[in-house]
Design a binder for this molecule. Structure first.
Ligand SMILES: Cc1cc2nc3c(=O)[nH]c(=O)nc-3n(C[C@H](O)[C@H](O)[C@H](O)COP(=O)(O)OP(=O)(O)OC[C@H]3O[C@@H](n4cnc5c(N)ncnc54)[C@H](O)[C@@H]3O)c2cc1C
Ligand code: SF4
Length: 427
């Protein structure tokens, strides 16, 4: 532990954002980068607890107190070595992970938790800036060919781990570019795509082969591979089957976000936008609609407004479901909770109004563009798949988080390696 009294002297620094009036005009990262000195100060707040609950709460079991200490002592190279031992994509989790760790930080019991996620980001950005991130080539090749279907964080994690164990891995992706929801779901203002490209170029040097624009429709197409892992996500959206659903101008969130991520076309320009669904996907739609020049944005949610602080039923160190006001909400959105959508009404086949209900009272919201962001119900079907096939990420556990997808990919890689080893003929 660097500074035993660090947490008494230094306050948690708030994430600094670019001004709203500036950032809504572009799609660049909304967050301002922190200096190495600020990171050093923030890392000094870590108390190096005997039982580090942060480490327990991080699905990747990142060595958090250890790398905080190294950052405090400005031993960035060692901090990077520890970080890369558990996380293949810290530049992504360091930007968009909901920081499960911080909700379990012991300092958070009676003070603000350590800025663990931003410290993680500081380490990996230092590593890239100083040329520390190098391809990790396997010592020898096993000669086994493995296919991974889907290039989201789960598929990539599985592929990277298998490749580093010496197997020859090919990743099949139906989109034109690698990354899954990190590429075409999460908007650039949260995660710029050059961040993904920088990492993918390193993995290509490690020997990973990517086949994009290549959808696998039937398992039979993968004959010749010693093992296959399916990491196709969970993309079938939950629909809202109320009268008027077939009116023009009602879209699923992912269709809307993919179009925006691919073309930046201002689909919402001058429109009254209503986002149905109060979660993170909905928040990404709010931010996108504001950047596209929507005349107003309203977000409605069927569930009641969450509490703004821990309640008795979600005590520390559990992850609490709290009211979240994201940078997208700060850019402008009216939010309403406990709203039931009863029907869509319109003129000439286009949406014009949503008839809603709150506490038994009906009311209408004007809308020219409606975005359904109510979650996903499961994966799309692939012919020939059965319960004995290897799978990971959202496809296996349902809609979740990048950090869990990375963890699942690593587990799947281990299971595949064990399976191949057990099938090896006895000599
Ligand atoms: C809008 C949005 C914002 C999000 N924001 C965050 C966030 O800020 N932080 C966070 O932690 N999590 C976030 N999530 C959740 C996170 O993105 C997912 O949990 C994670 O990407 C799941 O990873 P995955 O690899 O399992 O699946 P995906 O990322 O969905 O990747 C699956 C890939 O498989 C491909 N594929 C599917 N079928 C086939 C096929 N038959 N052949 C070939 N390829 C195929 C798909 O094209 C896709 O590229 C967000 C989700 C959404 C929808
Ligand atoms: S991956 Fe997420 S939970 Fe783990 S240390 Fe980073 S921010 Fe925390």
């Amino acid at each position: 532990m660097g500074d035993v009294k660090g947490f008494l002297k230094i306050k948690r620094s708030k994430t600094e954002y670019r001004p709203v009036c500036e950032r809504v005009l572009d799609y660049h990262d909304v967050v301002k980068p922190r200096s190495d000195e600020q990171s050093r100060d923030q890392a000094s707040r870590c108390m190096d607890c005997g039982t580090p609950f942060c480490h327990w709460a991080c699905p990747l079991a990142n060595y958090i107190p250890e790398w905080n200490d190294l950052v405090f002592h400005q031993q960035w190279e060692k901090a990077y070595d520890l970080l890369k031992a558990t996380n293949i994509l810290p530049e992504v989790t360091g930007r968009v992970c909901p920081a499960l760790c911080e909700h379990s930080c012991v300092l958070g019991i009676n003070d603000d938790p350590v800025t663990i996620r931003e410290n993680e980001l500081a380490i990996i950005e230092y590593a890239f800036k100083h040329g520390l991130v190098k391809p990790e080539l396997p010592k020898k090749r096993t000669g086994k060919k493995i296919a991974v279907v889907g290039s989201g964080p789960a598929g990539l994690s599985c592929a990277v781990h298998l490749n580093r164990q010496g197997h020859k891995v090919t990743v099949f992706e139906r989109d034109d570019k690698v990354g899954g929801l990190m590429r075409y779901g999460i908007p650039d203002f949260k995660l710029e795509k050059k961040i993904l490209d920088r990492r993918i170029s390193v993995w290509k040097k490690e020997g990973l082969v990517f086949k994009t624009n290549h959808e696998i429709k039937d398992k039979k197409e993968l004959k010749g591979f010693a093992a296959v892992c399916f990491a196709c996500g969970s993309r079938v959206p939950r629909d809202l089957k109320v009268p008027g659903r077939d009116l023009k101008g009602i879209h699923f969130a992912m269709d809307y976000l993919v179009r925006s991520n691919k073309s930046k076309k201002a689909e919402a320009k001058g429109k009254k936008v209503v986002v149905i669904g109060g979660g993170d996907t909905g928040a990404d739609c709010v931010g996108t609609a504001n950047r596209q020049g929507a005349s107003c944005v309203v977000q409605i949610e069927i569930m009641p407004q969450p509490a703004d602080r821990r309640t008795a039923d979600c005590p520390w160190p559990t992850f609490p479901r709290l009211l979240k006001t994201t940078s997208s909400h700060e850019e402008g959105a009216e939010r309403h909770w406990s709203i039931i959508t009863r029907k869509f009404v319109g003129k000439n086949g286009r949406i014009g109004q949503i008839i809603c209900e709150k506490d038994g009272q009906p009311f209408a919201i004007e809308a020219d563009l409606v975005i359904l962001a109510m979650g996903f119900i499961g994966p799309e079907p692939i012919k020939g798949l059965n319960s004995k096939d290897f799978t990971c990420g959202d496809m296996r556990r349902g809609q979740s988080l990048i950090v869990w997808a990375i963890h699942e990919g690593e587990n799947a890689a281990e299971a595949i390696s064990n399976y191949l080893f057990l099938r090896e003929p006895k000599r």
